[in-house]
Design a protein around this ligand. Sequence first.
Ligand code: ADP
Length: 373
Amino acid sequence: MTQVNEQQILKALEQVLDADRGKDIVSLNMVSGLQIKDGHVAFAIQVDPERGASMEPLRHEAEKTVHALSGVISATVVLTAERPPSGDAPGGEETITPAAETAAPLLPDVKSIVAIASGKGGVGKSTMAVNLALALAAAGHRTGLLDADIYGPSIPRMLGISGQPVPTAEGALEPMENYGVKCMSMGFLIEDEAPLIWRGPMVQSALQHLLRDVNWGELDVLVVDMPPGTGDIQLTLTQQAPLTGAIIVSTPQDIALSDARKGLNMFRKVDVPVFGIVENMSYFRCPHCGERSEIFSHGGARREAALSGVDFLGEIPLDIDIRETSDGGHPITVSKPDSDHAKAYRAIAAKTWEKIGLALQERQAEAPRTVVQ
Ligand code: ADP
């Protein structure tokens, strides 16, 4: 496929008129942050805050226009409004989410969505997400894995997937697949060097794109690998994906646990049930002598779970086998299914599945009440 370039895109956007102002959006300097990555195009249209959501048809037209260009696999367009600085506080940008987009069910054929989160990076969240997804698939559940970790999208590599997703004739994207798990990654859509100001709006919009325009098909569970931390981006993602529940991954040290607590509070704030906490790198098993050392003072996550009133879902040791297999693209749950570690992941998956069932039941029980209100 031919590569599309910036000039071609801007040229096409000269056809998109802002009817109120009688000129096209390029001449009016409304297009900003244009990014092209392997046929995936993203940009923002800057609008006055007062015009906000009424600009949705314009946004849609711009998206359609770019999408129709040869060489474009996906087009992601967001509306941004510049907030005027008030007092000493700096001004900022906010993304306008059209009401219609938030109201429609994004994934009608996906029965449940589970977020894997952590208060900070490097605790083994992605490794957990991958092995958990594979364990769920091994138990016979139709499973997808969405890599929303914009800071280091590592899921395709851990699943042994390379290349790019293929667009369908209808303009949707086919998920990639390996070991029976369907996978999509923000890494396919967002440039590593995306300007900071772009991150928030783009991430939001890329997530919508990955939920709405990907042929996930019928899934029992979609596992989402969240970006680490509890900032605005995480909160937005949490609010945007219709989550059934969340799992927090932590190492046992106090410092990691206080971050995990923040994660827990974030989910509680937006009424997403926390299924529980998993302790990763719980203890070290020496590959030579088999001796167990509790280098990070084992058990902290179990205590934290008890203190916070959530379940403790299990512990995974620090083991070179786990690192080598996941980083090498053949995670331990599939490459060594009889190992103790694979069993531990399967046990966590079984508890997760149970929690999903309970959460869905609860939601169903609540649904009529919501309608009556
Ligand atoms: P995060 O998603 O929290 O940033 P990753 O899952 O990418 O963390 O893990 C960070 C590194 O630690 C990776 O190299 C991974 O293979 C390794 N790792 C994760 N869990 C374990 C474990 N239980 N034992 C050994 N290495 C692990």
